[in-house]
Design a protein around this ligand. Sequence first.
Ligand code: ADP
Ligand code: MG
Length: 618
Amino acid sequence: MPEIRILTDRVANQIAAGEVVERPVAVVKELIENSIDAGASKIEVEFRNGGKSYLRVEDDGSGMNPDQALLCLERHATSKIRKASDLNDVQTFGFRGEALPSISSVSRFTLRTRSKGNEEGNEIFINGGKMIHVKECGMPYGTRIEVSHLFNSVPGRRKFLKTEVTEASHIIHLSKLYALAHPSITFSLLEGGRTLFRSPACEGFAERVRETLGKGLAECLAPIEASEGGLALRGLIGKPGESRPTRKEMIFFVNRRPIESKTLAHAVLEAYHTYAPKGRFPPAILFLGIDPALVDVNVHPAKREIRFREERKVRQFLLESIVARNRQLADRPDLHESAPEMEVDGLSGMLVPKMDPQALRLHQTQEGVNEAGTGYQGEPERELALGVVPDSSSDDKTAPPLAGEGLIEAQEKRRSLRVGRRDDPNADWRLLDRTHGDMAVLSSAQGIVAFHCRAAYERIRYEQLEDCFGNDEKASTQSLLLAESLEFDGQEAALIEKGRADLEKVGFSLEEFGRNFYRMKGCPTWIDPREAVAFLRDFVEVARESGGEMNTEAFAKEALIRQATQNHGGREDFSEDEIVRIGNQLLKCRNPYTCPRGRPIYFETPRRDFESRFRRKL
Ligand code: ADP
Ligand code: MG
């Protein structure tokens, strides 16, 4: 049998390096975290060739005295915890004492550091884990670490690295994340001497976002802040209608640590369900504050994925906070006063929500049936005069304007736009023609609008249904002429019992009339009575599958979408008058950008695009 031996430190470090610093960006992460832990107010990061040939992280933090400098390169040497119980209360990024020995075991590693009270700095040079020299050096306070020829001594690992461009993009992204989380630290990032970004200590987070992620993105975002039951959320979220083609701008921090979390990502996607088109992602930069004891950070030392002890609570909190904020941002003050009414659709004989009377009035006004100055004309002023988006849950008209100016103005501008026929001189959007199927083309001051009539119609109905649904006082129930009988098995009946209060809240009226037998005497106005039984059966089915967990609201939402998108009141075709009316109603919607299934409703091709294609001014 071969002899059993203890590995030398050098080999142990090289093995650990494979875990802790598997690629250049992981080295950058460890070094930046050390600098932040050392209380730096300035951090500079430089890299070359995607970090493979050269990396440098330099700070003006506490620095180390000569003894500490030597010790920090030993395995499990850390100044951040002493005993196991400290682990429950770690406030720093590091605590394993593994990073520096690991990195220095697989690279050419130069540490230069000077702490307050030391005349000189110290330089330590290590090559592939072997100490080459230690000497004094002149330098300002702080620490500068250079790493070159990363993984040269471990060719197996070097082979796994992606292209320089990919590695570089990871380093850039990561550096920005830390910059975002620490606006008070001056951050610079250089690639081979060229500055990629430099952000002096910022006033606040929003300013940092502008400096690191760009003005374009910053303008698409609105601030959010919420707290509840030991959870605190703050940050910026995409204004309704804003979306991105990738998840790159869905950025999460937990206790200021950039992390990845399926829980948080799903909550955001769900919150934007009807606000962002399918296959696109809402931008969101969110900081979650939570008791560290409720987070499992170190699922893997190099991975950023984290787990929460109370997944559901966190998810729910995030979802509700963002939904509430989105509603606030996209509120339609004008339509809230008038409770939506239902009417019998002439064509199908079905109960459908009445079209927005204000938009109808506008339409009539345009057609010459003026209602003696009552109604629409006065409305835009009133909206403008309010100047704030009223919080629908309170009557506090003195509430300060919400931050994120520009948004409200844009919203008001949108709502005051008028759609008209081609020859209407007062219209902002003029209908030119219905060109292909459900597509219409309109001209606007800024360009040409392609408009999907059916998608718009579905959105309007969806929001009207949603209004009925959210209308508590008027328990919007329609009585059924003939009560429907329903028979369930024991388990199903128990689920119905459990969800009954909720079902009644959304408009069902159920009566038990025997063991496991129910009579449905009324159903919500937002559902076609013929579908009400199927709805209840689906409801029970879903509740059973999810082990008795019921989310009546979410379930009803899905039914609303179905209701809004199926049978368009028998409409096969949209006349020009209807398109004009739909257009006007759409612009008043909370979210006029996407249909309830998340597909776009209209897009505007700006005039400058035409100009660049024609290569001349129009
Ligand atoms: P950890 O961060 O887990 O403690 P590291 O190997 O990353 O382990 O660092 C070891 C020790 O070296 C740290 O605990 C800290 O005392 C010291 N150190 C590392 N980087 C710096 C720095 N930039 N400034 C001051 N001290 C540092
Ligand atoms: Mg560390």
